[in-house]
Design a protein around this ligand. Structure first.
Ligand SMILES: Nc1ncnc2c1ncn2[C@@H]1O[C@H](COP(=O)(O)OP(=O)(O)OP(=O)(O)O)[C@@H](O)[C@H]1O
Length: 364
């Protein structure tokens, strides 16, 4: 794995699309979150679900959002879908400021600007309507579109074709497989041609093979229509199939993985995967957990600014104190004096991006 910590300024070394644009507010992303905070207060206890999250998704991009349970993924999606309001920060989707929406704008936003697919099929489709009727419903509710009945029928038919579920157009949800239901759900979400498609664990109730099919259907819709797509998932089969995966940790974006395919000199396709740490506007970043574990990085680390990189080392003074305390049984008795020189150990991450043969990325 190659890791490059990107700087936050325009034109900074190593800047590229992705992590570097987070938190800067530049780039005019279709989804733009800056310092997003969401605090829940229940029974006098406050939970900070989002703690200054920065995210930029460009028009037409498809991005997977991953993270441990409780990291804030669903909170983010609920805010982006207009169902919840953040406590602080800014969130703009397709030019709509989500903190400034009134009730009418909120309804219009949910009807026309964003489409959603939820994990539970029961939340996506009405059980007493057929697949075709489910797709027709948002078209009929959207007063603004005022399509003729014929045009609405054609639109529903085209979407069911695009999602390859035209053969189940006349069936109700309980007469379809889980994968078919989710593909119809994508057709419903796309009915009013939203600019942004949001999906929360859309493959959570499906087996692996069906998950890949549903993801492929989403990628197909993204390619055909250019709809900006954000998919929250636990499923590595989903996140590894998109060009960009954003990881959320403790309510903040921590790392991003960018994937691309290159053809080598022998005409063979190589899959390149690069992981980036996300640096926010004030210079905070989260080191990947496996880096911290492998070098036992905790509490504090030593930093060194080099010509073209920053080195991070375990704090040898803390380790020396701990070892001496353990050996003598007296806490802190062997603390080295201030300014004591400590030989740096191996740099965190174990590599120097600029000097590495693999600076371009790692092959999967
Ligand atoms: N309505 C709420 N009231 C109080 N706390 C909440 C509420 N919604 C979410 N939280 C808390 O906010 C944090 C983030 O929750 P969230 O559901 O966004 O996580 P997640 O990453 O989607 O988790 P999972 O993968 O398990 O769905 C958790 O600690 C959760 O308990």
């Amino acid at each position: 794995m190659t890791t490059v910590i990107e700087l936050d300024d325009d034109g900074a070394p190593g800047a590229s699309r992705g992590a570097s644009e987070d938190g800067t507010g530049r780039g005019g992303g279709e989804i733009l979150c800056r310092d997003l905070v969401r605090i829940f207060a229940t029974d006098g206890v406050e939970v900070q679900a989002l703690q200054g999250l920065n995210l930029t998704v460009e028009p037409g991009e498809i991005v997977a959002v991953v993270g441990a349970s409780g990291s804030g993924k669903s909170t983010l999606l609920t805010i982006l879908s207009g169902l919840d309001t953040p406590t602080g920060g800014t969130a703009t989707v397709a030019g709509t400021d989500l903190l400034a929406m009134g009730p009418k704008e909120r309804v219009a936003y949910q009807r026309h600007t964003v489409g959603f697919v939820w994990q539970q099929t029961s939340r996506n489709l009405l059980p007493y309507l057929t697949a075709r009727e489910n797709v027709l419903l948002p078209l009929e509710l959207a007063a603004r579109s005022r399509r003729e009945r014929g045009a609405r029928n054609r639109r529903a038919g085209d979407l069911l074709d695009l999602l390859e579920v035209a053969d189940v157009a006349g069936r109700r949800p309980h007469e379809m497989s889980g994968g078919q239901q989710q593909r119809v759900a994508i057709a419903v979400a796309m009915a009013n041609s939203p600019r942004v498609l949001l999906a929360d664990e859309p493959t959570g109730e499906l087996d692996e093979a069906t998950s890949v099919e549903v993801l492929e259907a989403m990628r197909g819709v993204n390619r055909e229509t250019g709809v900006t797509t954000l998919v929250v998932t636990h499923d590595p089969a989903v996140s590894e199939h998109v060009a960009r995966t954003v990881r959320i940790r403790d309510g903040r974006t921590s790392t991003e993985t960018l994937r691309r395919t290159e053809t080598d000199e022998h005409g063979r396709a190589r899959h390149i995967s690069e992981e980036f740490a996300v640096l926010d506007r004030v210079g905070r970043l989260q080191l990947p957990e496996d880096f911290m574990q492998s070098l036992d990085l905790r509490d504090r680390v030593r930093l060194a600014l080099e010509e073209d990189h920053v080195g991070v080392w375990p704090d040898a003074t803390t380790r020396a104190t701990e070892t001496a305390s353990r050996d003598s049984g007296a806490p802190g008795c062997a603390t080295p004096g201030p300014g004591r020189e400590v030989e740096p150990e191996q740099p965190a991450g174990g590599h120097d991006p600029a000097g590495s043969d693999d600076a371009e990325g790692s092959e999967r």
